[in-house]
Structures are given as structure tokens and as C-alpha cells.
Write a protein that binds this ligand. Sequence first.
Ligand SMILES: [Zn+2]
Length: 146
Amino acid sequence: MKLTEHFKLEEFTHSTTASRLKINNSVPTDLMPNIQLTAIKLEFVRKALGQPIIITSGYRCPALNARVGGVSTSAHTKGLAVDFHSSFGSPKQICQRLIDAGVQFDKLIQEHNQWVHIGFSPTYNRQQVLTAVKQGGKTIYLNGLV
Ligand SMILES: [Zn+2]
């Protein structure tokens, strides 16, 4: 199902973990407006990068979120966040470009130099920028791009 010019619903629900564990990761009807909003916001991300983005994790139903170790309040469970990468460049370069281009987001996280997490709010986008790093086996979040 096509949501916007470049994004399909399947890109938000696809999960190798869900497939492997036979978890039904389809989006509940009441969360579809959030998914639609995220797809619209991601068009701006794509435009700022001038490159396609590859979503590695979009919507996560509570069962899937628990299995991948996400916090229970994760914006992924509301359909308001995606993890992605892009041939544009490294996660840090992607984040910097989105900031420079004035792209709206609630939370932007450069995750372990491996992927970018971007979350949106239907009401107020805080433009919060964080960098996730491992410290003593635990993930901690530093302010800004590190
Ligand atoms: Zn994420």
C-alpha cells in the first residue's frame, strides 16, 4: 500500500525478527494516521539527502518491540519513528545534513555510527539531537552529534 510518493506501508512493517518469530507486526487502524505522518515527514528527509533511505525498523508492535529490546515507550510502537541508513553517507553525515537542511523532527539519534533513528511528533517537534554510544556494555545517549 502506497503512503506517499516514495514510501509504502510494507517498508514500515517489514521486520526479519517478526517474520522469524511469526509475530504479526501489522499496524492497528488507530495508528495509521501516525504512519502516514511519518511517511510525509520522511519525504522531507529523502529530499534533504537527495538519496533514497532504507528503513531497517519502522513500526514495532509491543511484542516485537520487547523482542528487540526497545523501551516500552518507544516512538516505534506508535508508528512515529524509523531507523534507517542511506547511501548519502555515514549516520553522522546524514544527521548533520538533516540539521543543516532544517528538516523537522522530534528526535534524531546517531546510533553507534551504524544507523539513524528519527522520530516525529504529531503536535510539537523538539528538534532534539543525540548520539548513542556503548559505555560499559550499556547504551548511553550524549547530547548533540559526537
Ligand atoms: Zn529507533
